[in-house]
Design a protein around this ligand. Structure first.
Ligand SMILES: [Zn+2]
Ligand SMILES: [Zn+2]
Length: 303
């Protein structure tokens, strides 16, 4: 929002400069993520440019709704400071929240979490260097890229159709191809892992870090750490339970019909099941017979 081009664009009622800017960042992200061997430096620039794209694109949509929405505190917004680009703008978390509640954009909880997690990656990267597992960052970046690609079409291009810009469509075609090849990379890796996951399907749930259905709950107790085969991240029982219990407000733990412990959490995606299912974190596996007593709303949450 700080650059002068954005303001000029708005005064002339042309929306392409910020959009082009955002698409440019996405092209760079795609270039870094689709190399044959993605190194730490590629991941670094992919994350930085993806974050830059998020900021430009989300704020562009907000400012089309109302210019005060890009201020950190809309109550303190001033038109003069907006035109001069001299203001503290909203955080990614605030932008997503305003897009959902004020603009009415369709952003799922998973997408919101991926956007916010990427902002956290970016901050960690700038202060400590990227120490997180590369596969998790890559999978997350792929998901955010996919989201932004759709966001551009649904929220930013469709409303301005009729003012088509050739250069923009060239850039977007490139981004589109990149999204498909990153998606292909994730699918390919999941296919390679299928053999390792075989037999563990009732114990395989989504990994909070990379979002892939590749986190295997350890079979034995006292527990070994639970491990995601996609990104190699290890989790303690408490960590994984805390994640699921805080993810959606209504989610609570209840007694497991097999072990009687209060360690059953509903609505998880499990590799062996076709619908979201209750998982017991003491038995460390899905407990399909506990599904019958769950309200329909809960059971279908993650689908
Ligand atoms: Zn993972
Ligand atoms: Zn149990």
């Amino acid at each position: 929002m700080e650059d002068a081009g954005t303001n000029d664009a708005r005064q002339h009622d042309l929306h392409f400069p910020p959009l082009l800017n955002g698409a440019d960042y996405l092209v760079s992200v795609v270039e870094h993520l689709t190399k044959d061997a993605v190194g730490p430096r590629d991941l670094k620039y992919a994350v930085l440019h993806l974050q830059a794209a998020i900021e430009v694109l989300l704020k562009e949509r907000l400012s089309r709704e109302h210019w005060t929405l890009v201020f950190y505190d809309p109550g303190q917004a001033s038109l003069r400071r907006f035109h001069e680009g001299d203001f503290e703008s909203c955080t990614t978390k605030q932008a997503v929240q305003r897009l959902r509640s004020i603009v009415g954009c369709d952003i799922t909880d998973d997408e919101r979490n991926a956007l916010i997690a990427l902002a956290t990656d970016r901050n960690a990267l700038q202060h400590y260097g990227l120490t997180q597992n590369a596969h998790a960052v890559e999978a997350r970046a792929g998901r955010v890229l996919d989201f932004l690609y759709r966001f551009i079409h649904v929220e930013l291009i469709n409303p301005t159709l009729g003012t088509e810009d050739q250069r923009l469509s060239v850039e977007l075609n490139f981004v589109s191809k990149g999204v498909r090849s990153i998606d292909a990379f994730v699918k390919q890796r999941m296919r390679r892992l299928r053999g390792d996951l075989k037999g563990s399907e009732p114990r395989t749930i989504d990994c909070p870090a990379c979002g892939q259905n590749a986190l295997i709950l350890a079979a034995s107790r006292p527990p070994l750490p639970h491990r995601c085969l996609f990104c190699e991240k290890l989790y303690s029982r408490a960590e994984i339970m805390r994640f699921h219990l805080t993810r959606i407000e209504v989610r609570t733990r209840r007694a497991c019909p097999r072990c009687q412990e209060s360690a059953l959490i509903d609505g998880l995606r499990v590799a062996s099941e076709t619908v979201s299912s209750p998982v017991c974190f003491t038995c460390n596996c899905v407990v399909p017979e506990a599904r019958d007593v769950v309200a329909d709303g809960l059971a279908s949450q993650d689908i």
